[in-house]
Write a protein that binds this ligand. Structure first.
Ligand SMILES: NC(=O)c1ccc[n+]([C@@H]2O[C@H](COP(=O)([O-])OP(=O)(O)OC[C@H]3O[C@@H](n4cnc5c(N)ncnc54)[C@H](O)[C@@H]3O)[C@@H](O)[C@H]2O)c1
Ligand SMILES: O=C(O)C[C@H](O)C(=O)O
Length: 310
């Protein structure tokens, strides 16, 4: 198994190290446009092998030929936002980066599974899907796992219970219009609505929606990376180990939820073939409308990119 991580910044480097420690690949390639950074970080990670107890080879490079025949490619290249910015403010710059990165990846790997991280997430997944020519099962965006992890961590803290017992789904686009689905949120099977009053649930939902911005406002010069990297690696682990995990991911819908040809976060089954099934859950009217609103924003942003995608 060969896994390439494009972008050796905060998310990319953190994910590469985690992939190596978990021995999810025999070889991890870390590529960045800046000379020296991927080489230095990869060597540093490799040297942690004897104490981290892993044998994964890690190569840092600026040369796409080193990514040849990758099974999985994690794309984290691009700008991160700063306080006051929305993820959409990154649209044009990152679309050009993701387009160029995808073209290079596809020059050296015939049939990789691409996991997108760069923002705005759903639109960048669309860009990579269009440029790569890969089937939709092989281009998947990471956001729902992160947004759900945030919601789960806030619920665990509020109830003073183990994170392990919290199940939650956050669907929709990875933006202010994301859709935390309280109906499917439970603590060891007990519906959240039986454990918390509605106003506390509303507060946790609101904090989840703004979870990315909360961290940007602390960091001042960049965005979250520990939870995002862990979330991307959870998706990769499901694929590498053919776990058939049900995780919320951004995938292209084909009529499900009344939506067509748009990338949006929904529950899917992830296994060796990438996206193995889109799961259509019953949503109440408010959640269904919120999902459709979220999808409309993604569609508008994709339409604004026709010149980049030409
Ligand atoms: N989907 C999510 O939930 C999620 C979570 C966190 C971050 N993100 C996004 O991920 C992206 C990366 O975030 P980060 O914190 O790692 O940023 P970062 O600035 O730390 O790293 C980005 C890296 O991309 C590299 N890069 C830029 N252009 C490139 C190119 N053409 N080819 C190769 N590498 C290139 C930069 O040199 C840099 O090292 C951002 O767009 C951010 O918004 C998304
Ligand atoms: O908030 C950001 O810009 C980064 C990422 O999308 C996040 O949710 O942490």
């Amino acid at each position: 198994m060969k896994i390439t991580v494009i972008g050796a910044g905060h998310v990319g480097a953190t994910a590469a190290h985690r992939l190596a420690e978990m021995q999810l690949a025999t070889e991890v390639v870390l590529l960045d446009i800046v000379e020296g950074i991927p080489q230095g970080k990869a060597l540093d990670m490799f040297e942690s092998g004897p104490v981290g107890l892993f044998d994964t080879r890690i190569l840092g490079t600026n040369d796409y030929s080193d990514t040849a025949n990758s099974d999985i490619v994690l794309i984290t290249a691009g700008m991160a936002r700063k306080p006051g910015m929305s993820r959409e403010d990154l649209l044009m710059k990152n679309a050009n980066i993701v387009k160029q990165v995808t073209d290079q990846v596809m020059t050296y790997s015939d049939n990789p599974i691409i996991i997108m991280v760069s923002n705005p997430l759903d639109v960048m997944t669309h860009v990579s899907y269009v440029r790569s020519g890969l089937p939709k099962e092989r281009v998947i965006g990471m956001a729902g796992v992160l947004d759900s992890a945030r919601f789960r961590s806030f619920i665990a803290e509020e109830l003073d219970v183990s994170m392990q017992d919290i199940n939650a789904f956050v669907l929709g686009g990875h933006g202010d219009s994301m859709v935390p689905v309280v109906k499917y949120t439970n603590v060891a099977g007990i519906p959240l609505t039986e454990l918390l009053p509605q106003e506390r649930i509303d507060a946790l939902v609101e904090r989840t929606r703004k979870g990315g911005a909360e961290i940007v406002n602390h960091l001042k010069d960049g965005s979250a990376y520990y939870a995002p990297a862990a979330s991307a690696v959870e998706m990769i682990e499901a694929i590498v180990r053919d776990r058939k995990r049900i995780l919320p991911c951004s995938v292209q819908l084909d009529g499900q939820y009344g939506l067509n040809k748009v990338f949006i976060g929904v529950p899917v089954k992830l296994g060796r073939n990438g996206l193995e099934e889109i799961i259509e859950i019953d949503l109440d009217q408010t959640a269904r409308e919120a999902l459709q609103q979220s999808a409309a924003i993604v569609e508008t942003n994709c339409n604004n990119l026709s010149s980049v995608l030409a």
